[in-house]
Design a protein around this ligand. Structure first.
Ligand code: PLP
Length: 418
């Protein structure tokens, strides 16, 4: 549904809440200026209502989480059923039945579909934790400490995942605390490191399409070339599909566009449709290089395999496998691509992406534009090291009229600022 604004944006409630938040939350966390943010009160499908009763159109799927729509009714029902039974288990000590079911489903969706072989899983909470699991797995499996990661990569902000993340704004203050283990390569074209550097490299970590780095699609041979390089050099290939996974790019996983299978795949975001749960899935023989738990796991956390997260993830996986879903993703993807490619404006340098994950590179920083879009009831974000790539990652059921509306308003705002 299109936006319906009751107040100027941000409205009085949002402004008051922002003032209060400033007093109690670290001022590094929430960005606040006269045009931003609005405080979310409820959401449904592709719409969000704020504390002032304004209805917004969410073109971000809230960081790519709500591909199946905000508060998808089937996922909400799974949440309620589980919450009525058990709200917390003891992840690595006395687990729940659902944890085993989710691991089995993740194996089925990945290595069993790809190779007819089983995968094994380590669950965690945030995306960056799944990345750190993958990096630790590669260290254990190969015995080699270094990694190859790519320019403008984003793998999260934990100290371990920052080894992979490139964007200087995130690494800068902590650079002197980060181990010097990363060989940084350009993204998109295959540039292997020297043979001398290769000896110590245990992992190559790649986003099959870069998300926060600016919605960059690599050359078609890129993933395959790194696959071959890893095989030849005894390194593990890790695909970070935290953003691209679960149909975001028009395939269940983005690596399926190129038919390249990684040794480890990390997923999060859309896995549950709204609960913080993530997973690192690996070929069984790779995962089995971890030692068997002697009573104390080497890698776990309090909320590992959270029953509510597992219940929501299992329901969302069930929905994600329905044939009508893949058909509607295909239709929405084709519609979005056509309309974005037909959008011409002197401020637009390039439009790139795949499926329902697109970036529009502008000739300017997108910050002020995002505030203006919000003022029109449109929730959007921007990516890229220069902050000039307007992101289009709508829910899967986005309609042509909603896309038309966004592009129409965008054209007006871009021209007004030209
Ligand atoms: C590709 C990719 N990897 C990892 C992450 C980190 O996930 P989280 O924010 O859940 O830690 C993100 C988050 O945007 C991401 O886009």
């Amino acid at each position: 549904m299109l936006p319906d604004l009751q107040t100027a944006i941000p409205g009085p409630q949002s402004l008051a809440l922002a003032k209060e938040l400033r007093e109690h939350e670290s001022h590094n966390v929430t960005y606040i200026d006269p045009s931003w943010p609005v405080f979310w009160e409820r959401a449904e499908g592709g719409n969000v209502w704020d504390a002032d009763g304004n209805r917004f159109l969410d073109f971000t799927s809230a960081f790519g989480v709500a591909g199946l729509g905000h508060r998808n009714p089937e996922i909400v029902a799974a949440l309620h059923t589980q919450a009525d039974q058990l709200l917390h288990g003891m992840g690595d000590v006395h687990p729940t039945r659902l944890k085993g079911e989710l691991c089995r489903e993740l194996s089925r969706l990945t290595y069993e579909r790809w190779e007819g072989a089983s995968g094994k899983v380590v669950l965690s909470n945030s995306g960056f934790e799944a990345i750190e699991t993958a990096l630790k797995t590669a260290r254990i499996a190969t015995g080699k400490p270094k990694i190859i990661a790519f320019e403008n990569a984003y793998h999260g902000l934990g100290y371990g995942s920052l080894l992979g993340t490139d964007l200087p704004k995130f690494r800068g203050p902590f650079e002197d605390q980060l181990a010097d283990l990363t060989v940084r390569q350009p993204y998109g074209e295959f540039h292997p490191p020297s043979e001398a550097e290769a000896a110590e490299i245990g992992a190559v970590i790649i986003e099959p399409i870069q998300g926060r780095g600016g919605k960059r699609v690599p050359l078609p041979e890129f993933l395959r070339q790194w696959r071959e390089w890893c095989d030849a050099h005894g390194a593990l290939l890790i695909f970070d599909e935290i953003y691209t996974g679960f149909w975001r790019t028009g395939k269940l996983f983005a690596c399926e566009w190129d038919g390249v299978v990684p040794d480890l795949i990390c997923v999060g975001k859309a896995l549950s449709g709204g609960f913080p749960i993530s997973a690192c899935v690996g070929r069984a023989e790779v995962m089995d290089t971890w030692p068997v738990s002697p009573g104390e796991a080497l890698h776990t956390s309090t909320f590992l395999g959270h029953p509510v997260g597992c219940a929501m993830a299992l329901k969302s996986i069930e929905i994600l496998q329905r044939s009508e879903l893949s058909e509607s993703v295909a239709k929405a993807s084709a519609m979005l691509e056509k309309k974005l490619r037909a959008f011409h404006h002197p401020a637009v340098r390039e439009v790139r992406g795949r499926g329902l994950m697109w970036g529009m590179e502008l000739d300017r920083h997108a910050g002020p534009l995002l505030g203006q879009l919000l003022g029109e009831g449109l929730i959007m974000l921007a990516d890229g090291p220069e902050g000039n790539v307007l992101a289009f990652t709508p829910p899967f059921h986005i309609s042509a009229s909603e896309v038309d509306h966004v592009l129409e308003r965008l054209a007006v705002l871009l021209s007004a600022r030209a």
